[in-house]
Design a binder for this molecule. Structure first.
Ligand code: NAD
Length: 578
């Protein structure tokens, strides 16, 4: 059973929405798909459960009909992949079960695309490239305008998919979509962003530069921002004239599938965006396919360092944003109320599963005395299913993740730290969530830099606190940490903030701002430092640097002599222009 919501229903932002039946996450029907490009072999698609139908494969959520509760899905259907602007059921026999993190009910199965399907995706993108590259930039811009409009119209639907598959609360899931939408909006300004330069370098001689697309490019995404991170790549890669193969996280690909549907509706031609699924094998295929010129990766250090080195060895351009341990230095002169509220929100929001989650406090001098008050604030947060109206934070992504997080809390205890607030064993009151992956807000104090809870990224609702006597010792401590994604300082002193921002080694610095992520509508980029970004941080996402990543520079020097001169003798020396 499913119900539809009229378009006039107000946005899902208010968590007080009535419950609707869950969507079926994958296909509605399956059909043999004839690949439209001559280079692609025909894929004969058969369904596990359904016979071929001429109606075609569709996502079962729509702009106005999508899940709004954690109700068990009676007949979960498999997630399709997306090729040549069609949703296609994989012929694979290997699937990854995707569970609602709040209940561990099965939501869908995600295919591990076969080699033939992966090759077909590459062939499709390659076949699309000449036509897409030749499409005028104004036409590409028009598609981007439409894409932005469609994302806005499907905002609640995208957020619902994220809440069901990833677990974050609906208001936060809307924020996930918003941050990606901003990148799509900025891509609409491509006509002024992609301009080259021209200079008359000598008499009748001009040098100009162009930025051209790379060709077929790929993006490999993590689980924690199912809409935002695909949207770090889809708009910029395609508006610049590339064809993109995107592999969403196998743990929550639903939002990326909706984005594919919207990109098609916006007018992206067949093959400009293809979506494939899988884990390590699909990644290895992308790393080794010679047709793929560049790879965008966001995820853990383990995967990212491997992807950066193997991709680079294969001659590809790679941008890779990796793990984090984001510190906040809390100075005793700060606005205490603002600092404590900001810290609680930034540490525990999204169950601590943000790459910019504020996971590590450096309490300077007597600010350590505020820790019990911080624990009281954290205790007041409500854990619940993301669709429930009272929920501040949802579950963590998987049972395995819960066990890993609880193991790190236990290790801190064993190594001599104090568990000031212990979220292990937490369960929401509602019995329907009894089997979810819950970890309550946890605060660990008395942490020392050698402890495992400090050296490892926890990626859960766990805040650790270290104590230092001075600002200088806080800066030294933070700089000695091998990660350098984000950092914050809380102080009322401009001089203190100035010294901090100057000496701190980190990609993104917040001064009284807990999660200082630059928004994607500006020229600022998602900068990183040290182990949090591969390749020394040269290739960052979105902004000017992100645009450069997806384009190849070409410099042309031309001579059109004013007089109609015919050379009488070849000049064999190295040209020197005067
Ligand atoms: P992950 O590394 O496990 O997975 C990311 C992608 O890599 C997935 O698509 C997955 O299929 C693939 N993958 C995983 N292991 C692989 C392997 N061994 N070989 C090849 N491919 C592999 O990351 P995750 O758990 O999905 O995401 C959380 C991580 O991402 C955290 O470390 C977080 O800090 C990081 N992250 C960083 C940023 C940033 O901008 N710095 C943003 C978001 C998330």
């Amino acid at each position: 059973m499913r119900r539809s919501i009229a378009r006039s229903v107000p946005a899902l932002a208010s968590r007080a929405r009535p419950s609707l039946t869950p969507r079926l996450a994958g296909l509605s029907t399956t059909t043999p798909i004839q690949a439209s490009k001559p280079t692609i072999r025909t894929l004969h698609i058969t369904s596990r459960s359904q016979q071929a139908s001429s109606a075609g494969v569709k996502l079962t959520s729509t702009t106005t009909s999508y899940p709004t509760s954690h109700e068990k899905i009676q007949n979960p259907v498999d997630t399709p992949f997306f090729i040549d602007n069609k949703f296609v059921a994989s012929t694979t026999s290997e699937f990854i079960d995707l569970h609602d993190p709040a209940t561990n009910n099965l939501v869908t199965r995600v295919p591990q695309n076969t080699d033939e399907e992966l090759r077909a995706a590459v062939a499709s993108a390659q076949a699309a490239f000449p036509g897409w590259r030749a499409t005028s930039i104004v036409s590409r811009q028009q598609i981007m305008f439409k894409f932005v409009q469609l994302i806005r119209e499907n905002w609640d639907r995208l957020a619902a998919s994220i809440t069901l598959e990833q677990g974050k609360v609906v208001s936060d899931a809307r924020g996930d979509v918003h941050r990606g939408l901003q990148v799509a909006e900025s891509a609409c300004g491509i006509t002024s962003q992609l301009t080259g330069e021209v200079l008359e370098v000598a008499k009748d001689m001009e040098t100009r530069n162009y930025r051209e697309p790379l060709g077929v490019v790929a993006a490999i995404c993590p689980f924690n921002f199912p809409a935002m991170i695909p949207l770090w790549s889809i708009p910029i890669a395609t508006v610049t004239g590339n064809c993109l193969i995107l592999k969403p996280s196998e743990r929550d690909p639903g939002a990326a599938m909706i984005l594919a549907e919207l990109a098609k509706e916006a007018g992206l031609p067949d093959g400009v965006l293809n979506i494939v699924h899988g884990s390590h094998r699909a990644v290895d295929f992308i790393l080794d396919a010679p047709e793929i010129k560049a790879i965008s990766f966001v995820g853990s250090n383990k995967a990212g360092e491997y992807i950066y080195s193997r991709g680079s060895e294969n001659g590809k351009r790679v941008q890779a944003n990796l793990g984090a341990k984001n510190h906040a230095a809390v100075l005793p002169d700060c606005n205490k109320n603002h600092a404590l509220n900001s810290i609680v929100g930034a540490a525990f929001g999204a169950a601590g599963q943000r790459c910019m989650a504020l996971s590590t406090l450096v309490m300077v001098a007597e600010s350590k005395d505020w820790l019990p008050e911080l624990a009281d604030l954290a205790k007041s947060l409500v854990l619940n299913g993301g669709f429930e109206k009272d929920s501040d934070l949802g579950p963590v992504i998987s049972k395995h993740s819960k066990e890993r997080i609880e193991g790190l809390i236990a290790s801190a205890e064993e190594e001599g730290a104090t568990i000031l607030l212990d979220g292990r064993g937490y369960k929401p009151a509602d019995p329907k969530f009894a089997n979810g992956n819950w970890v309550g807000p946890t605060i660990i104090t008395g942490v020392k830099p050698h402890m495992k809870c400090y050296t490892e990224e926890i990626f859960g609702p766990v805040l650790i606190a270290l104590e230092v006597p001075t600002l200088t010792s806080a800066i030294d401590l933070i700089n000695a940490n091998e990660y350098g994604n984000g950092v914050a300082i809380f102080t009322k002193s401009g001089a203190t903030a100035q010294a901090f921002q100057k000496h701190i080694e980190c990609g993104q610095v917040g001064i009284n701002v807990p999660i200082p992520v630059p928004i994607g509508v500006s020229n600022f980029s998602f900068t990183g430092n040290k182990k949090s970004i591969a390749g020394g941080g040269a290739n960052t996402f979105y902004g000017k640097i992100g645009l450069n990543f997806y384009t190849q520079q070409k410099t042309v020097t031309s001579l059109w002599k004013e007089e109609d001169a015919l050379a009488t003798k070849a000049d064999v020396s190295m040209p020197v222009h005067h």
